[in-house]
Ligand binder design. Structure first.
Ligand code: PGA
Length: 250
């Protein structure tokens, strides 16, 4: 049985005050031993403060990005060691906004994936196709190449030690959620792709759905056999909605 996993990706939203208020509300509702793994990923600048508030709670801390470099003259970057030092256990890697807006390709995604693991951070590796890719029939090829890149760079054990998030680009922040059947089809495809290398590892890796998941649709998405939870954007900014989603995963 794979334990369900819900991660909140706060993106570039909020103030120190609103971040602290949100996390206090979550800690009060989620409690110390939730039935699913619960992770929140605030902006870098709020990590330290939020880390103090989630300490001794059932909520773990993640970052939204990291550098591929260890240390040195990389203005504006944040290393894996820094994230670990501040209390992060997870880091989102290869989010489609990083891929499309900041030019992150599979090679860089793989370097970040390896860098995260060196520092004991668990990657939440995002993959997903654009609407154009889906409509032109390239969806499976796109996702396969994103998965295969990390398989080749890090190996099947490292990939399956991480968490994978399937996020169709056309569903992110658009209100156009993939149907549970559409999402399940891709999740099963990802798992089978990994199973071709190592069936036992593929059976244990958690694959999250992300893209306009919310308090209303989470339960039906999470009921699909290969959907092991969600990577939640907009709905993670409202304590009540995020708690409902965590409960749907329990
Ligand atoms: P959304 O974002 O839930 O707001 O669609 C999900 C994500 O980008 O991780």
């Amino acid at each position: 049985m794979r334990r369900k996993f819900v991660a909140g990706n706060w993106k570039m939203n909020g103030s120190l005050e609103s971040a602290n208020a949100l996390v206090k509300a979550l800690v009060a509702s989620v409690g110390s031993s939730p039935a699913a793994d619960v992770v929140i990923c605030p902006p870098f600048i709020h990590l330290h403060s939020v880390a103090g508030l989630v300490k001794d709670s059932g909520i773990s801390l993640g970052a939204q990005n990291l550098s591929d470099q260890e240390a040195g003259a990389y203005t504006g970057e944040v290393s894996g060691a820094m994230l670990k030092d501040v209390g992060c256990e997870y880091v989102i890697i290869g989010h489609s906004e990083r891929r499309s807006l900041y030019g992150e390709d599979d090679a860089l995604v793989c370097k970040k994936f390896l860098h995260a693991r060196v520092h004991g951070l668990t990657p939440i590796l995002c993959v997903g196709e654009s609407l154009e890719e889906r409509e032109s029939g390239a969806m499976e090829a796109v996702i396969a190449s994103q998965i295969d890149a990390v398989l080749a760079a890090a190996g099947v054990e490292a990939l399956c030690d991480s968490v994978i998030a399937y996020e169709p680009v056309w569903a992110i922040g658009t209100g156009m959620t993939a149907t549970p059947e559409q999402a399940q089809e891709v999740h099963a495809f990802i798992r089978s792709r990994i199973a071709a290398v190592d069936a036992a590892a593929a059976a244990k890796v958690r694959i999250l759905y992300g893209g306009s998941a919310n308090a209303d649709n989470a339960a039906t998405l999470f009921a699909q056999p290969d959907i092991d939870g969600g990577l939640i954007g907009g709905a993670a900014l409202k304590a009540e909605d995020f708690v409902t989603i965590c409960e749907a995963a329990a």
